[in-house]
Structures are given as C-alpha cells and as structure tokens.
Design a protein around this ligand. Structure first.
Ligand code: ATP
Ligand code: MG
Length: 560
C-alpha cells in the first residue's frame, strides 16, 4: 500500500479510496488489463497498463492480465506472447494471465439463465435488419418480430446455435431490454453470433462467440475484479455492463470507471492504422523504431521507466486531449541523462589533419590516450581511454571555410578546443575537383593537453572528435516525426495523408573504439549529438532516440 501522499490524485483514486475506506468488497482492490490479442501494444496501452497496475499496486491489490479473445478471426497466439513480454518489459508482473475464452462455458450457462428469465431471445434477422431496427439518435428502434418467442423456443434455438446447426449470420442471441432506450447500447444488444471459425485457444469447440459487452463485465465478475478501468469510449456501455450483472444477480459486482485515452502529437495509436503502416511497408515492422508500439519505442531506446513516469505524471482525467510528444521525450531524456554512457561519434565526417603532430622514432604518428569520464553525472561509471592522433574525424557542421556571423566553431585562422584533448587552429583546406573541402589542415597547441591552454587563453567553441586510425565504423538512423501533422488525419480524415516521407535517414559515421562494447539495446549519449540506442539485432547500428535539447522546456516557456 502506497502512502496516500505519494499516490496520484485523480477521480479513479478517489473512487477506489472511498471504497476501501468503506470496506466495500472487504476492502479488496483487483483490476485487470484486458487487451485484445490482435496486435502489438502501443503507448496508449502503456497508459492503461500504468493505470490498471498502478491502482492495484498503490492500494495493495492485484492486477490480472486478461486476454480479451472473443474475436477468433483476428487473434493469434503470437500476439498473446508479445503482449505478455511487453508488459513485463514495461515493468509489470500480472498476478495471473487469464483469457476471456476460459469463461466461454460459464458465459454460455449464464446466457441460458437470461433466456430462462425471459430477458434474452434468439433473433433470426440478419445483421442489416438488426442494424436498421435499432433506429438512431432521437429515433427509437422497432421490436424484432422474433422478440416475443417463448422461453422454450429460445432455449431450444440457442442450444442448436451452440450445437452448430445453423449457418453463420442466420441467428443471434440478443438481450431483451428496450428498443426505445435513449442509449443505443441498451437497444437489445447482441450477446452471441454464429462464427464457424477456429479459435486460437478453443479450436473448433465453439461455433458461437460472445460479443465484447457480454464477455467483458461477466469476465470481470468471474475473476473478482473490483474496479474495471477502461477508456471513455466505453462510457455509454456502462449501463449495459451494470444491467447484465444485475440480471445475473452477481453479488459485490465490479464497477466500471472510464478515463481519457492517451493521444500524442505526431502519433497515431490505433491498431488498425498501425497495421496499415506495416502492411504498406511504410515502416519495417511493428517493432520499427518509428512506431509508437512498445516494441518500437524499445528499439528506439525509450527506457521503460520514462514511459511509466510519463504515463503516471500526465495525469488521468475524463477529458480527451493530445499530449505533446516533446513532453514524453523530456522524460526519456531525463532518464537517459543519468543512465547512459558518454561516447564520441562523428556522423557527418570531415577529416582534420594536424600538420605539427609529432611522429615517433619509427616515423609513426604518436598516439596519446586521454582518460575520459563515462558519465559525468555518475562517477561510479568510471573512465575510459580515448586515443588521439594527428588525423581526426570532426563533424562537417563544425567547420566553415567562410564562417557566417556568430559562427564560433572551426574556420581558417580560428582556434577551438577538441574536447578533453587539445586546442587546434585551422590553417588551410584541401579541396576535391568540385571545389568541396575534403580535409581541414590545422596546428595543435602542445601546451593545451587535456583541453586547457597553459596560458589560460579561452576559446569560444568545444568540439567532439574521433581519432581516424582508431575509429570504428557505425551506421546511425536519424529520425524525424513519422507524421508531419500534430493531429495526423485531422485535415483529411486519413492519418496516412500526413505521413512524413523523410522520417528516417541512415548515415555512415565513425566512433571511438569503446563503442564496440555497447550491448544490444543499450543507449549511449553521443557527445553533442543526442542519445542513441544500439540496435537489438544489427551490430553497430544506432537509432537516434532523442536529441539533447529539451524542446519541451522551450514549448512550456513559449506558452507561458
Ligand atoms: P486500438 O484502438 O489501438 O485498436 P483498442 O482499444 O482496441 O486499441 P484493446 O486491446 O481493446 O485495444 O485495449 C486494451 C485496453 O487498453 C483497453 O482497456 C483500452 O481502453 C486501453 N487502451 C487502448 N488504447 C488506449 C489509449 N490510446 N489510451 C489509453 N488506453 C488505451
Ligand atoms: Mg478494443
């Protein structure tokens, strides 16, 4: 049980706290996270996971993972496995893993009970007729001609549906509530459909499958869920959720609470749209580093702790809104700043040659080794040796033959610091036949070893570098937003219209030798460039997780 002062403050916590204080359901708290195993989890699901598991943990209760597997057409075991693994990666351990399909028999028995009570009936209308009969907003529906069948006839037909005697789409079981109800969900909702499709767990055992509304609340009740937390689109389903439990006379019935979905700028969080990006080959797969799936974010280098903190701290409300992706990025940066090792890498290389660099007795250039802190924020991470010679790689951006105003980096005649090494002054350039600078010539000051001049003179710029003969090659994937628009699809109704065609650029660069020790998934800070995640599969491929500049702070300042 978390200290009340350390708990988030929101309407869900208020409701749960009140129940616990009043000793409802013996003060027990049990939640569930109920994904449909038809795709990979995304950042929106992370929000639901943090709420579901967080509430349970904060009140000393438990949270169960329930796979909501009532749609056999779209569900697969491989999705189940990925969901279980991704929840664990995010840092949560379900108290149990359950499946709605575990309850198919109980749900069936309960459906018979509703038929016996006269509050459910078999309807022979097809889907189109049922849909037309439901009416619309402000327009009452009409009763099905089959609504007043006898209990005996309904029972017989329902049993024959279950026995597989009828064709798909020929009959459904419906709850008998009120075709004129102001809430469309209450207009005799469908409870069962005939589907002659094999299920990934129950195989061919069932030719009928329960609908979401019939499966969900009853599964909650079977498991002993106390607080069923879901997103706002289910608000209008709540009266139905309660109605079913009332009809079944469930004691201590679970209660449903709805909160706003998490949406992010420049991001889509709909499985259907994400699936389309994969199908169309816009991205490499569900785990592409540009995808907002947990697998994508992980490959990109987002720490699970940053995602958890963000989801917890953006708050849980009942108002839909879009959070800035820059806010999430600032949680990522904050986390990585303390955890990641610093390395030097050059991603747009330009050769820098020190013309006064000494050679040894054999005529070979001297090699100096500088001892550099792995992470100045964490002395316990130790230091490493970084080699330095007279032939170096620097960033193309760090040199201008003709410097524009306020450009303080290297240019002919200008002195700068090579971080932790020496002061250097550019003297000349070497050009190719097209007139492009391919090499910068410079002299170094031997009296500035370690990056500080003996006479105390100052320079305006410090640049990173890599010793060319020691450099290891790397590939870096540089990312821009996958969608150019803040609210993808807002203008045209189709999010994919706002795709950024240049969301990834892969460059070849050079890094200091220590980078080869980076382990798959490890995120390192390339000095001055940003945080980069070591690919999970490909050696020496690095994904730019996020840049160093806190754009979120700038946005907040701008907005006052
Ligand atoms: P999608 O719309 O991406 O297909 P879904 O809601 O159909 O998602 P489910 O597998 O049914 O996906 O969702 C499991 C749980 O995650 C549900 O409780 C749902 O409310 C929650 N959830 C899904 N998307 C979000 C989101 N963007 N923000 C918060 N919770 C979400
Ligand atoms: Mg859903």
């Amino acid at each position: 049980m978390t200290e009340p002062s350390a708990m988030p403050s929101n309407f869900i916590y208020d409701a749960v706290r009140a129940d616990v204080e009043q000793g409802k359901r013996d003060g027990r708290v049990q939640t569930r996270f109920p994904p449909e195993p038809n795709g990979y989890l995304h950042i929106g699901h992370a929000k639901a996971i943090v709420v579901d598991f967080g509430v349970a943990a904060d009140f000393g209760g438990i949270c169960v993972l329930r796979l909501d597997d009532t749609n056999p057409e779209t569900e697969e075991t491989s999705f189940v496995e990925s969901i279980v693994a991704d929840i664990e990666w995010l840092g949560y351990q379900p108290a149990d893993v359950r499946y709605a399909s575990d309850y198919f028999q109980q749900l069936y028995d309960w459906a018979e009970r509703l038929i016996e009570k006269g509050v459910a009936y078999v309807d022979d209308q097809d889907g189109a007729a049922i849909s037309a009969g439901r009416g619309g907003f402000g327009k009452p529906g009409v009763n099905s001609p089959y609504r007043d069948r006898s209990v005996e006839e309904n029972l017989e037909l329902f049993r024959r549906m279950r026995a597989g005697e009828f064709a798909e789409g020929s009959r459904v079981l419906r709850a008998k509530i009120d075709m004129a109800h102001e809430n469309m969900q209450m207009r005799d909702p469908v409870m069962y459909r005939i589907r002659k499709v094999a299920h990934h767990r129950t195989g061919d055992q069932w030719p009928i499958y329960p609908n979401y509304d019939w499966a969900h609340g009853q599964s909650d009740a079977i498991e002993g869920v106390t607080h069923s937390l879901c997103t706002l689109e289910f608000e209008s389903h709540r009266p139905l959720y309660d109605w079913f439990l009332q009809q079944l006379e469930v004691e201590d019935a679970p209660r449903q609470y709805e909160f706003a979905r998490l949406e992010l700028t420049h991001t889509v969080t709909s499985k259907r749209r994400l699936a389309k990006l994969v199908m169309d080959g816009v991205v490499d797969g569900w785990d592409d580093a540009r995808m907002p799936t947990l697998r994508g974010l992980r490959r990109r280098g987002y720490p699970a702790a940053a995602i958890r903190n963000f989801c917890r701290e953006v708050g849980t409300t009942r108002t839909n809104s879009r959070q800035s992706i820059e806010a999430l990025e600032s949680y990522v940066r904050r986390e990585l700043n303390t955890t990641s090792q610093r390395r030097m890498a050059v991603l747009h290389p330009l050769k820098l040659r020190l013309t006064n660099w000494p050679v040894d007795e054999r005529g070979e250039p001297v090699v100096e080794y500088f001892e550099v802190a792995n992470n100045p924020e964490r002395p316990e991470d130790g230091t490493r040796q970084v080699p330095f010679t007279g032939e170096l790689w620097i960033e193309q951006d760090d040199f201008r033959e003709v410097p524009p105003p306020k450009y303080f980096r290297l240019s002919p005649g200008r002195e700068v610091r090579l971080r932790g090494a020496f002061f250097v002054t550019a003297t000349d350039v070497v050009k190719n036949d097209d007139g492009e600078v391919i090499e910068v010539l410079a002299t170094y000051d031997p009296e500035s070893r370690g990056g500080n001049a003996a006479d105390g003179r100052r320079v305006k710029s410090t640049m990173h570098w890599v010793s060319a003969p020691h450099a290891v090659p790397l590939k870096a994937a540089l990312y821009e937003r996958l969608f150019t628009a803040e609210a993808p699809g807002e203008a045209t109704g189709e999010a994919l219209d706002d795709l950024n065609p240049d969301s990834r650029k892969v460059v070849d660069g050079w890094a200091e030798p220590a980078l080869v020790d980076a382990t798959p998934g490890e995120v390192v800070q390339f000095e001055r460039l940003g945080y980069f995640a070591t690919d999970l599969d490909q050696v020496m491929l690095f994904h730019r997780t996020v840049g160093l500049r806190d754009e979120w702070a700038a946005i907040q300042k701008r907005n006052g």
